[in-house]
Structure formats: C-alpha cells, structure tokens
Design a protein around this ligand. Structure first.
Ligand code: BGC
Length: 851
C-alpha cells in the first residue's frame, strides 16, 4: 500500500500570509471556489514565485506528477488515466506498475457504450463513478473523456470514444464532464484534435479543410469547453497542417483559447513532437511524458527558461501557463480543506456499471423464428443452453493501452449467463476452430506489447539474410499477411507459454519460404517457393515453461503458425453442430478483443478474427435461433448478418458486462440503445479507404463534411446497420409532428421546438430514442442530406404515449462559412426529418428560415 502525501494548505492559511488575497476576498466572499477568490489567490501565489518555481509548474516531474512548491503550500498534482476507470498506479519515474495492492477501481463500460445509450443520465452516471473514484485515489486530473470521432473503422482507439457523430458526442460529453468535475477532480477532454488513426500516430499530418474541421472534428471539444467548462484538455499526438497539434497556433491559440475562451490547462499527450518556442507561444500549458533523460530537458523546462532569460519569449507567456495550472488546482479544491474525498469500488458503483452497460446493448436484429422473435429468452423455457465464441469467457479490463483498468472482478458473458440461469439449467460451452489454419491463440503468448496485449515482435528487413532491419513493430497473432505487392523479409519473435504438458503439433502454412525455431532449434523449414504449403512438426512442451519461438518468412503472400495443443481444446464440428441442434438456445459471443482494439496499432481489416464468420455461419445453419452477441469497440464485417435472426452488439461493457448482457438476453432490461457509429457492409465502403486517404504520412479528410452516415448516403451505399439503428422488445409508433412555428427568424437567441408523439404499441415497457435530422434544402453550399441536430429518449409503458420535444437553435441550422470564417445560417427551406434511425425517417415537416 502506498498513499500520496497530502500537502493541503487551507485557503485561509494561505490568505493569512498573503495580504492581497485578504483584500480581494473581503469578508463577503468566503467561498474558496468562487472565481474571485480563486483568481486572487492565483495572482498572489504567482507574484511570490521565482522563475524556477514557475517553470517547475509547466512540465512533469514524474510520469503522472507535476511539482509541488512546499514553501508556498503548492501541493504536488497527480494525474491518472483514463476514460473508463482509474488506471492502476504507475511508478513515479517509469512505466512499470507501482505494485500497489489497493489500486483497483470500478471498470466502467467504455464510452462507446455510453454513446449508444443516447442518454444524458448514463453519461452523468459514468462521470460520477469516474470522478468519485479518481478523487478517492487522490487524483487531481483524470485523463478522460476521450472524444475523438470514429472516422476510420480500423482506428485502434475507437473503443475509447463516443462514436462517429459530432452532435451526439457533444451532447453526451457535457454531462460526463460536469459529473466528473463535481467530485473535485478535473476532467480532461482528449485528444485535441484530429487524432483519428494510430498508424504513425505521432507523425501523421492531418489536413482537413476549415469547414470540415469546424463542423466535424471540433464541436465536441467546443461543447466540452463552452458548456462543460472542462478544466483541462489533452493535445493530440498527430500533426495539424505540418506542426504538432499541441503547438498549432490555429488549433490552440486562435480557436481553443482566443475564440472559445478556454481558461483551463492544455496538457500534452505523453511524448509529443514539439519545440519550445512554438509550444510556448501558441498556448501549450503543461508538458507531460516527454522521453528525455531528465525532467529539466523537457521543452518547457530549461530550454523554456533559457528562452525567457534570453528575451526570446516574454515571461508573461509563462505566467499565463502557471496561472492556468494554479487555477485548475484551486478549482478542484487542492487548497480547500473541505475538498471531496470520493468513494471507490462500492456496490453502488458496480451496480452503476451494470446499468450503463445494459443501457448500451444494441439489439440489431430480432426476427421471428417459428412464430416468435428469438429474443428475449424466457428463462423458464430453458433446460440446455450452448454458449460459444471467443468472447464468451474473455475479460477485457486490462488491455487496450493506457485506458486499462484493474478491477476487483470482471463478469464475463458466460458467467453472466450462468448467474442469470442458476444451477438448474445445463450450460454447455464449446470451442470451435475454423477449417483454415488459425494462428496460435494469444492466450499462449507470454510476451506483451506495452498496451498489455499479448504480441509478437515483428522485424521488417531489407535483405534475404535478415541483417538490415528497416522497421520493428508488434503483431498480435502468429500470422503475417503481406498487404503490399513487394516481397517481404520478416522475423517474428514471441515467448510461448504452453498451458498443458505434452505433444504439440506445430503447423506452418505459407506461400513463400520460411522457418520456425524453438529455443534456437530449427523445427520447420520451407525452402522451396511453391504454392501455399502446410508442413507440421510434433514437439513435446511443458506447461509452466516459456519458449522462445522465432518465425522467419520471405515472400509476397502470408505465413501462419498454428498448432494443436494437447487437452482437447477444440470440439469437433460434428459435436458443436449436434449440440447447437439439440440446445434450447445457442448464444455465440464473438467480436474483437484488445488484441484488435488497442492503442498504437490500427486493425488491418474489418474481418472477425479466428475464422468466426465460418463458425457463425455453421451455427446459423444448424440452429436459426442462434443468438450472436458482438463484443467489440469498432465496426466489423458480418457477412452472415442477413442469415442471422437475433443479433446484439454489446461493446466492452466493463466489470459487470456479463450480468448486463444477460439482463438484455433474458429480458430483464428491454434494449434501448442505438448505434453511435455506422456499421458498413465492408471496409471498402468507408470514406478513408474509398478515397485512398489512409496513410502514415497525411490524412486529408477528403470526404470533408460527408462523414460517417453522411458519406454512405451521398454515395447511395446501404450500410449493414445504419447510424442510429437499434431495436427494442416492444414497438413504437411515431405520429403528430408539430413545429412551434413554420418560420425561424434568424437570431442567435431564437429557438424552434419540434414535437412528436411516440406510442408504445407493444406489450413491454421500453424506451425509444427519437432522432431529429435536418436538411437545408436551399443551402448555397453542398450540405449532407441529413445531419443529426436533436434527439430525445422517452420511456413508455405498454399503450402509453408521450410527446417528445426537441429544440433547434440558429447554430443547428448553420454550416461553417469559409468566406466569413464563421457559422452561417441561411434563409430558405429546412426539412425536419424525424427517424428511429438515420435510414428510417418516419415523419417530416418543414420551416423557413427568414431574416
Ligand atoms: C495516450 C493518452 C494517455 C497517455 C498517458 C498516451 O499514450 O495517448 O491517451 O492518457 O498515454 O498514459
């Protein structure tokens, strides 16, 4: 156990040695959090600080620490990841875990799940748990929420964010931030801005045009600042128009600070490519995580001080940064003896995690088979249930990178199903494997990528002899697919840790030449470059020992190392098909894991790993009532979706995921979530791929404002499941659209109310998310056919009707006008489209915007 030394100095004590504070606060204002008191105290501290002390406040003094100044009673500031729980403690000066035994915290459903609820109260609940737990762990800044948008389906970090739509994410980020900050800890909206791929994340240059930037990528941050009053923001790794985002004059100084009036702290992501002058002058406040030997070598440390002493940068620039850091510290109560203390790992927080997860599960399909819809399953009708799939019993909390969470427990889907059904129902679990050679499962790989994901180190060489290393990286599976036309020379290395002792049959499948060694001994060698070949070798291995396995490959195609491990790990096809036919219910829990959804690497494609498509297809043929539950953080291709009758999407649902999924499967919770992303049929339908705009060098954002669902609509491509889609166990009827006026007089303070009636026409209580899309029929610029501009969630008993009211303001009508460099709402006709999803518009009305 290790606790943070608390160096709290009460504002009163501080005030007593600082006459200026006493003067400004006067006797009427004793609230230590009032703006006047805070600003007076900040100024007072600032005037007493030496140059060195000021400099020490604008860069890190530990992995997640900022310096204390004891003589002035300024405490050390503590930061921590991340968006879905407080990360386990990291050592002060290294990335190793600190080894605390009391740094568990509630592992919350990911923000994708919150976004699926389209529900302010879920965002609020999420924020309350995160904020309270961060405070209990004595953090001052919690590094979340993550709010970059899911532009690229392959992006490794989609799972951390709030989906693809700027409006939806902006509406939900505000309650999330307010709730976090109500616990006396600063939220941190990250990563500002345009962090939409992991491929060369620290070097890729984002160059969207100004309209795209303003309409798509900035509104969430804008809402975080203007409405959420977020105390801190993290800059992005990538470049923007040729310079690192943290030091971009346009993004930081001009927009974030001057235009939006952000008065909090802009801190860097951990180790960004900046320089002292630009970072200092353009508005970066706090530098974290830079990979240098001494904290004095940070760009905002000695080099900054020297630039000030040399007269190259005025000291007022430093003062502004220190002021912001001190302001944040006051805002979160670091000088208030009555600062909140937070709570952690409470039953209530665990229950909240379950509630949020259940409210984020999307029912994508629920067709009748032999009369009735497959879902929900009636517990009483079940005697035998078959549960399969790679995510059936998988935990996800401690993977993915910086957003990992060490929780006290994590209920897997299988455990949740068992908890729900009790002992009287027989639950059969089986593991299937695809007919195609599968790579050795990551469960056996002891070597780890820094994100915690089991991984192989892969080296790319310039020569056949593997002597000139070009590049090194990580790959999760024992499989390499060459996606270039160029012959590759690669070496993959991993530590393999068998789970059972006995004969393991290694299977090597490749087109090209290659070999495999174990602890330096050659076991497989393919020297002739024929068509695809598969060779095998039997090797005795011991459980509890780890072996160095090396694969070498030369060729233009692919190589896979698979195996048969002892212990009947996989059931035969005939066994699982027979079980699927005879079971009362079949639940397949598939999707991705943090082997795929993870920081620092994008996925290669949208295909489900481990040949899941093949197994799901077979199960659906054997039993059309098979329920497929996807657990994933970003879109996947589901080529069998037309054949499936019951399909759920559950996201990474936190520590109570399994119970929450069971709540939905067995009908204790009626699904009430909708997709916050588009699920396209295939990767080939997505804008970055269609426009050849995904590369390590530049992201031009060529699709412009035709982003996400707007892209598919513009190109007349049907999605697999549209943005906003999600079903319920009951049904809803929409009627009676009304507008408060058929004219909108263009004025910043004007509002137009749109109301519709929603009736629950089914037999269960449920909730519907009504969506309002706007179409600017007379626009002078090209605009998307539909843009989400409102939504409302309504809970209804069977037979009940309610009016749902949504408000439009002038900004909702506007586009970013590059001529005036401002938002512009034009006169003319607007169509109000009310839908249950972006592709199911049920009601329409029009109004005219007039001057
Ligand atoms: C991530 C941030 C994270 C930081 C600190 C970076 O790699 O991009 O999101 O907060 O590390 O762990």
């Amino acid at each position: 156990m290790n606790f943070r030394p608390i160096a709290l100095v009460s504002l009163m004590a501080l005030a007593s040695c600082q006459p200026t504070v006493n003067q400004v606060t006067s006797t009427q204002d004793n609230n230590p959090r009032s703006a006047a008191v805070i600003e007076a105290s900040v100024e007072s501290l600032l005037t007493q600080m030496t140059l060195d002390e000021k400099i020490s406040m604008v860069h890190a003094s530990g992995k997640f620490h900022v310096n204390s100044i004891e003589r002035l009673g300024i405490p050390e500031m503590w930061l921590s990841d991340g968006p879905h729980g407080v990360r386990q403690q990291i050592e002060r000066h290294s990335w190793n875990y600190a080894g605390w035994d009391d740094d568990h915290s509630t592992y919350l459903p990911h923000l994708t799940s919150v976004a699926s609820s389209w529900d302010h109260s879920m965002a609020e609940l999420h924020g309350h748990v995160l904020g309270s737990e961060a405070r209990e762990r004595q953090k001052d800044i919690i590094l979340g929420p993550g709010v970059n948008l899911a532009r690229l389906t392959l992006y490794g970090r989609n799972f951390e964010y709030m989906g693809e739509d700027p409006f939806l994410a902006a509406r939900l980020v505000v309650p999330e931030i307010k709730a976090i900050q109500s616990h006396d800890v600063a939220a941190n909206a990250k990563h500002y801005a345009l962090n939409t791929q992991e491929l060369n994340r620290t070097g890729v240059n984002a160059t969207p045009d100004e309209r795209t930037l303003r309409e798509v990528y900035l509104p969430v941050f804008e809402a975080a600042v203007k409405e959420g009053n977020v105390y801190s923001i993290m800059g992005a790794y990538n470049e923007y128009n040729g310079t690192n985002a943290n030091q971009s004059k346009h993004l930081v100084k001009d927009i974030l600070k001057d235009e939006w009036g952000f008065d909090g702290v802009l801190l860097t992501d951990w180790n960004v490519d900046i320089n002292t002058y630009d970072a200092a002058m353009n508005g970066l406040d706090l530098e974290m995580g830079t990979k240098v030997d001494s904290y004095d070598d940070y760009f905002l440390a000695e080099p900054f001080k020297n630039a000030i002493l040399a007269g190259e940068i005025p000291v007022s620039v430093l003062d502004d940064k220190v002021r912001r850091v001190l302001r944040l510290q006051h805002r979160v109560g670091m000088y208030d003896p009555n600062r909140k203390t937070g709570q952690r790992n409470t039953k209530k927080h665990q229950q909240d995690a379950r509630t949020i997860a259940a409210n984020g599960v999307i029912l994508l399909k629920n067709k009748p088979v032999a009369g009735d819809p497959v879902l929900p399953l009636a517990k009483s009708s079940l005697k035998k249930v078959l549960v399969m799939g790679p995510n059936a019993d998988k935990k996800h909390g401690q993977g993915g990178g910086s957003s990992e969470v060490k929780s006290l427990y994590e209920v897997t889907p299988l455990e949740g199903i068992k908890n729900a059904l009790g002992k009287d129902v027989e639950i059969i679990t089986m593991r299937a494997r695809s007919a195609k050679l599968s790579p050795i499962a990551s469960d056996y790989i002891a070597s780890r990528h820094w994100t915690g994901t089991p991984a192989w180190n892969i080296g790319y060489f310039a020569d056949e002899a593997l002597s000139q290393l070009k590049e090194e990286s990580w790959i999760v599976d024992a499989q390499f697919n060459n996606d270039t036309a160029v012959r590759q020379h690669i070496r993959m290395k991993a530590k393999l840790a068998p789970l059972a002792t006995g004969d393991h049959i290694f299977k090597f499948g490749l087109k090209g030449t290659g070999k495999v060694t174990i602890d330096g001994n050659l076991i497989l060698n393919v020297a002739s470059e024929d068509d695809y070949q598969e060779v095998q070798h039997t090797q005795a291995l011991e459980a509890g020992t780890s072996y160095d396995v090396v694969i070498e490959y030369h060729g233009v195609d692919s190589v896979t190392l698979g195996w048969d491990a002892p212990g009947n790990l996989f059931n035969s096809e005939s066994d699982y098909i027979a079980a699927a036919k005879s079971a009362d219910a079949v639940i397949y829990v598939g999707g991705l894991s943090h082997g795929d959804d993870r920081e620092s690497i994008d996925r290669k494609d949208m295909v489900l790993p481990f040949g899941q498509d093949e197994i799901i297809n077979k199960l659906l043929d054997a039993n059309p009532k098979t329920i497929v539950l996807m657990v994933a953080g970003s879109a996947v291709e589901m080529p069998w979706h037309k054949k499936s009758n019951a399909l759920l999407w559950g996201w990474y649902g936190g520590m109570e995921a399994g119970n929450a999924f069971a709540d939905v499967i067995f009908g204790d919770v009626n699904p009430n979530a909708k997709l916050p992303i588009t699920l396209p049929e295939s990767l080939a339908h997505t804008a970055p791929i269609m426009l050849d705009d995904y590369s390590a060098e530049t992201s031009e954002y060529k699709e412009g404002v035709f982003y996400g669902y707007r892209w598919l609509e513009k190109n007349n491509i049907d999605p697999m499941f549209a943005f906003g889609h999600g079903l319920s166990y009951t049904e809803f009827k929409y009627s009676n659209i009304s507008l408060s006026s058929d004219e909108f007089i263009l004025d910043r303070d004007n509002h137009l109310a749109v109301e519709v009636t929603v009736r629950n026409t089914g037999k269960r209580a449920g909730a519907e998310i009504v969506q309002l899309y706007l179409n600017d029929a007379d626009a002078s610029v090209e605009r998307p056919n539909k843009e989400l501009r409102g939504f409302g969630k309504v809970h209804l008993q069977p037979g009940e009707s309610k009016r749902v009211k949504m408000l439009l303001d002038q900004r909702a009508l506007s586009f970013w006008d590059t001529a005036s460099n401002n938002w512009k709402a034009e006169t003319g006709r607007f169509d109000v489209l009310i839908g249950s999803s972006s592709d199911k518009i049920l009601l329409k009305a029009t109004f005219d915007a007039v001057n």
